[in-house]
Design a protein around this ligand. Sequence first.
Ligand code: UDX
Ligand code: ADP
Length: 464
Amino acid sequence: MTKICCIGAGYVGGPTMAMIAHKCPKVEVHVVDINQARIDAWNSDVLPVYEPGLYEIVAACRGKNLKFSTAIDQAIREADIIFISVNTPTKTFGAGAGRAANLEYIERCARRIAESAHGHKIVVEKSTLPVRTAEAVKRILSASANGATFDVLSNPEFLAEGTAISDLLDPDRVLIGGENPAAIERLVDVYAHWVDRKKILTTNLWSSELSKLTANAFLAQRVSSINAISALCEVTEANVDEVAAAIGTDSRIGPKFLKASVGFGGSCFQKDILNLVYLCEHYGLHEVAEYWEQVVKMNDYQKARFTRNMVKTMFNTVSGKRLAIWGFAFKKDTNDTRESAAIYVCRDLLRENAILNIYDPKVAHEQIRNDLRDLMANEAGELNQLDRRLIDNNVHVVESTQAAASGAHAIAILTEWDEFKTADFERIYSQMQKPAFIFDGRNILDHQALKQIGFEVHAIGRRV
Ligand code: UDX
Ligand code: ADP
């Protein structure tokens, strides 16, 4: 019986291991984390990660072949295959700050594996990592005190949040990079329980590591490209959704990832591109670095442009005005807010002295305040008095679209949650200040119907 351990019970480790347990009843899966609260949540009825379909799978396997605990050393000792699925945030200090990946969690994991392991283990990098991290992992492991031996594989995760379960069930591909064919085959065998072997690609370690960064850079580039065009549409009376549909029919371009928006967010896109930029600079490839950096700059521009448009439209001032913010997660069907455009838009509106009523169906109230605090704090993590007062007094986190819009001058749609489309806009309109504005940062609403009710509607890349 194969035993798998996964270090890191987050958005990647949790769902991926649940799927392996679900599809491989004979494989024993043990997910461990240093964060006791997170592990307790995985063992409860309210999982720490919101993902459609996840709870059912976890509930079916938990107590059978899927276990969550903080017994890291024990899990390492027992496992044949150890996945490293810890977070690799962008460095905030020292060399490469703001760009390079902070690898301290990865290193800590590798050291712990080296200390606890006996015999032979396959160590799998699941976290997105800069190219050649496997080299460092291998060196740390080779210093194992107990004479354990290791094969290191790279198996980047391509699931997108909000669709993790269907992405895991039916992936476009599974990518496994490594050196030892026997170790690669061992991991291929796990996925082959439910993934067609033709879709399981094997490469060398470095190609696998770089493919993950490249895939995210290409996807983010599509969003930034269409967002760049959205600005042009707004001044030329072209409609960005029509342009996207028209170019998307070209089979060489394709229709996906061309949805103009208030800007992309999430834990991967910005981080991975900045990582790529750092890597290119490290190798002296300045033009290549600049090329990719522009994708992130365009995204910053799109977020800032959205707020500027709101303020300009509302007679150049939102000071003292109540504004309804619908959606705070970086996309629908997730409770994740990492790098969400909403955090930036809310910060900029707060600094214009607006009063914000924020509603998101799945994001915890405290998370919203923490995200704003983190973004507005200085490098030492301190808030100045003014910003503290803005967060304490001007931010109201509420329980419904209706509560958010009551008494407000405007609604800003920042996440494309389905429930926003079916809100009772007639009733909402009657409870708002007039003129009542809607800024649809996701182009999801029926703009003509809203106009008929009386709203003044503004969208991304199209005149309403
Ligand atoms: C991404 C990759 O898709 C996934 O393969 C990788 O493993 C991790 O990074 P994720 O960050 O979960 O996944 O979300 P994704 O669906 O890619 O969306 C990223 C951001 O782009 C979101 O903020 C989304 O709203 C935005 N987006 C996406 C757009 O604004 N327009 C689009 O057309 C598509
Ligand atoms: P991702 O989106 O990559 O899954 P998350 O932040 O959701 O990122 O999850 C990473 C998890 O890894 C967190 O729950 C964190 O507590 C855990 N973690 C970080 N470092 C270690 C470590 N050294 N040992 C065990 N778990 C760790």
